[in-house]
Design a protein around this ligand. Structure first.
Ligand code: C2E
Ligand code: MG
Ligand code: MG
Ligand code: MG
Length: 288
């Protein structure tokens, strides 16, 4: 990125100004090209959704999935959201992408039900610019109406930093969504700056323990303390708590031992196409 390029250029000294300028341009050019491509991606049908199961730690049941967007770029192949979501957020394209994700996720959740599978909830990530958009609530109700999905099966994931920017505004909007019957959760919990006092005023039903605290859970006493504190905080506030990024049996065992309700991670399944979720749900009675 630009900072790294600048650092390298400084290290190399003044003679390398040219190199520095060149690298900056390449980065900017690439960024603009990606932004331009993104603007067309929705209309060109280049976006895909994959779904990652969320599992109840007590019963082993898949009770929901998280929808995660992918960009099938014509030349670059599959582009990860960590690369393009920040660009889409910066350019504003995130609003159109977010609307597509919302409609597609609701449509798919309804389709699983129509296929005769037991209903599960589907969660969708909402970014700051999308949250601020005054049409968000309308878009959400349209996605529900158009798909025929009952609001109780839709969950929106927001981050701490998003809701802490303007607490009152966030509370108002979240109350509106809650009144429609939609569940709200806080993603990547523990990585932002939450005011604990403010936290209790949000209509949140679930905290998601960020995967950075889960990664070294088997060995790090600090991460164990943090995970236990978040589990305890969630329960004190009458919320469910889910751990993301669970990859090993030791991590699962630790979380289960300390009363974490749910998990999500490669240990159970990576994010997969909708059909694979259908297959998974169809054989669910065996797993429970
Ligand atoms: P997130 O919402 O926190 O999603 C969890 C990320 O962790 C996903 O990455 C998922 O694939 C990954 N993950 C799941 N289990 C494991 C595991 O066991 N180990 C590890 N190392 N990783 C795991 P992904 O799909 O690349 O998405 C990255 C981020 O991009 C998401 O983080 C979310 O912030 C954003 N994002 C994805 N889809 C959307 C979307 O439709 N809208 C918006 N606004 N943001 C999205
Ligand atoms: Mg998420
Ligand atoms: Mg997360
Ligand atoms: Mg994350």
């Amino acid at each position: 990125n630009a900072d790294a390029a600048m650092y390298r250029a400084k290290e190399l000294g003044k003679n390398n100004c040219q190199f520095y300028a060149h690298e900056m341009n390449a980065t900017l050019e690439e960024k603009l090209a990606l932004m331009d491509g993104l603007r067309k991606a929705v209309g060109a049908g280049q976006l895909r959704l994959v779904y990652q199961p969320k599992v109840d730690l007590e019963t082993g049941r898949v009770f929901g999935v998280e929808a995660l967007v992918r960009w099938q770029h014509p030349e670059r192949g599959l582009v990860r959201p960590d690369v393009f979501i920040p660009l889409a957020e910066e350019s504003g394209t995130i609003v159109a992408i977010g609307e597509w994700v919302l409609r597609e996720a609701c449509r798919q959740a309804r389709r699983w039900q129509e296929d005769g599978l037991a209903p599960i909830s589907v969660s969708v990530n909402v970014s700051p610019r999308q949250f601020d958009d005054r049409r968000l609530v309308t878009r959400v109700s349209e996605a529900l109406a158009e798909s025929g999905l009952d609001a109780r099966w839709l969950e929106l994931e927001v981050t701490e930093s998003l809701i802490m920017r303007d607490v009152q505004q966030a509370v108002d909007k979240m109350r509106e969504l809650e009144a429609m019957g939609i569940a709200l959760s806080i993603d990547d919990f523990g990585t932002g700056y939450s005011s604990l006092a403010a936290l209790k005023s949000f209509p949140i039903s679930r905290l998601k323990i960020d995967k950075s605290f889960v990664r070294d859970l088997a060995h790090s006493a600090d991460d164990q303390a943090i995970a236990r504190a978040i589990i305890s905080l969630s329960h004190q506030l009458q919320m469910r708590v889910i751990a993301e990024g669970v990859e090993t049996e030791q991590q699962r065992a630790f979380l289960a031992q300390y009363g974490c309700d749910e998990m999500q991670g490669y240990l159970f399944s990576k994010p997969v196409p909708a059909d694979d979720i259908g297959t998974m749900l169809a054989r669910r009675p065996l797993a429970a």
